[in-house]
Design a protein around this ligand. Sequence first.
Ligand code: PEP
Ligand code: MN
Length: 265
Amino acid sequence: MEQTAPVAAAEQPLIRKKPLIISGPCSAETEQQTIETCTRLAATGKVDMLRAGIWKPRTKPGLFEGIGTKGLPWLKKAKDLTGLPITVEVATAKHVEDCLAFDVDVLWIGARTTVNPFSVQEVADALRGVDIPVLIKNPINPDLELWMGGVERIAKAGIKNIGLIHRGFSNYGNTEYRNAPMWHLPIEMKRRLPDMPLICDPSHIGGRRDVLQSLAQKSIDLDFDGLMIESHIDPDNAWSDAKQQVTPERLAELLDSLVWRQETT
Ligand code: PEP
Ligand code: MN
């Protein structure tokens, strides 16, 4: 199929540092949890950007669906305290509007949004005329054209700084990983979009903390450009994705254990 190559990301320090390390809780839960996670991450000196889910796309109703807009001032405070940029998942035009109102530096589109062209288009329309980097996770199903389509919709809205996040692909039943890595798919995306940063999210691929290190190392060996790893001050009691989160200090150890390729910036 013929591809319309989107505009490649221009020079943009925020998402173009290599390796780019993004960390923070799956979900912002309370002000104290958000600020403490972020300040402890900053204290490690190993993290370039802070993340937190504000609106959470849960598979079933009745689970914690995110603290909502009231969590954005907590993240803004974390940004002011640490001097680190912040990134938040957006799935609707209102999410985009709220993030922009609270100085969110980078937006990301989640796997359950990339899968839906109506939603990606709504986000893209809300971004028209806005200059902000956007990271686009792969869709939950292994459909490269859908991932490309998401990138094209955001690029067509005029966003120049786009990056890709590989978070694995849904599968059924008991499998080694929560989401199958299918490494050849992100590698094919990188072949098609060589100038776009490609970040690995071993937290959502693995679904459990004991595999984070090996998945992260594998992505480095494959020349990925960075990592997004979830962290929490009390991982076992996290309100979402408890099994895969690590403390900020454990994250620092994990990062220290990785063998990086030479040509980092
Ligand atoms: C997340 O990053 O917390 C998240 C919901 O991820 P994904 O879209 O990859 O499931
Ligand atoms: Mn999560």
